[in-house]
Write a protein that binds this ligand. Structure first.
Ligand code: GTR
Length: 341
């Protein structure tokens, strides 16, 4: 646990009072059990997704919801609210914890803000490549992390792919670490990501995903960092045309549920939900690989300048001190991850 986490939680609870009240008024009724025409009892749930409908994670949420409806014979209906309709990720996470939102697909970067050990899963350059990351997520390490959020009033359901994150900006081509100096990048509201960009020499401004496009337009920031599909579907490439492939982190996505859902469904339906979530992983990974390629092609056609950093050793060396700071307590897990072949 980070020191001061309790204090932070108190602040979060206060901060959430108004949005939650509004949510209960506007949306609460949608998650009540009702009778449909066949007089069958149906439970409705809401799933929060920040990405737009053409993004692979949003498509996987839909697939998950489809599977749940099919496998429960329509007893459980999950409605996906994509495109940030239910708010920024940090707030969605708080609301899932108190049960105001039932499900969410989030970045593990967001989860790490309430469970610091998640930083291990997104340490810069911890994975050799995508296959290595998936071996970790599909191993007992992945299972351990999904289970570990039970003490945060959450149920960890599944992992989705988010590729590798890369810097982009609207000032100049980045060829070396030194080129990052003096540029202001938006990062997620994640302490690790702030530190990572700082040690690489960049200035950082943490802000919600939904504010990045206009911040780039206004010049509040010079750039941000994300994977190909997000850079594409957010439209950020229209206002920041230099993309630098440095692959500083692989930050998996996670599908979670509120533990509060358990009061409204049977244990056997919960097991069905868990199985459907796991089943949707393969669907998402397939969609991910297709979209990553499509986005890259689209961006190249649109004239985006794409620079691959071939020798990443100066990046890898510079971020090493972050391992002690963020994984000092979890070096056993770091070792297990690194040794997994
Ligand atoms: C995306 C991810 C989102 C969000 C976003 C961000 O890759 O899918 O969940 O974390 O990055 O940068 O805020």
């Amino acid at each position: 646990m980070f020191m001061g986490e309790n204090k932070k939680e108190m602040k979060n609870i206060k901060r959430l009072f108004i949005p939650i009240a509004v949510l209960f008024i506007l949306g609460g009724c949608q998650s009540h059990t009702i009778d449909n025409e066949q007089n069958k009892s149906v439970v409705y749930f809401r799933l929060a997704e920040i990405q737009p409908p053409d993004h692979p994670t949003a498509q996987a949420d839909q697939e998950f919801a489809r599977l749940v409806e099919e496998k429960t014979n329509g007893r459980i209906i999950i409605k996906v609210y994509d495109n940030q309709q239910l708010g920024p990720e940090i707030e969605v996470l708080d609301q899932v914890r108190i049960g105001a939102i039932d499900f969410a697909r989030l970045s593990t970067g967001t989860i790490a803000e309430i469970s610091s050990q998640f930083n291990v899963l997104q340490l810069p350059y911890i994975y050799r490549d995508s296959d290595h990351m998936w071996k970790v997520l599909n191993s007992e390490i992945g299972d351990y992390f999904l289970k570990s959020i039970e003490d945060k009033k959450l149920i960890g359901l599944a992992w989705y792919d988010a590729g590798a994150r890369n810097f982009y900006n609207n000032v100049k081509e980045i060829k070396t670490k030194a080129d990052l100096k003096g540029l202001k990048f938006r990062v997620m509201e994640s302490q690790l990501m702030m530190d990572m960009a700082n040690v690489l020499g960049a200035s950082v401004i943490p802000m919600p995903y939904g504010e990045v496009y206009s911040a780039l337009q206004r010049g509040t920031i010079d750039g941000a960092e994300n994977n190909y599909p997000s850079y594409d579907t957010s439209g950020h490439y229209e206002v920041a045309r230099y993309y630098t492939i440095d692959e500083h982190v692989r930050m998996p996505e996670i599908l979670i549920a509120s533990q509060k859902i358990q009061s409204r469904i049977s244990q056997s339906d919960l097991e069905i939900i868990k199985a459907c979530a796991k089943e949707s992983e393969a669907f998402q990974r397939k969609k991910w690989l297709i979209k990553e390629k499509e986005s890259e092609q689209k961006l190249r056609k649109a004239g985006v300048s794409i620079t691959e950093i071939e020798n990443r050793s100066e990046f890898v060396e510079t971020v090493k001190p972050l391992y002690d700071k963020y994984a000092g307590e979890y070096l056993d897990i770091v070792k297990k991850i690194q040794e997994l072949k």
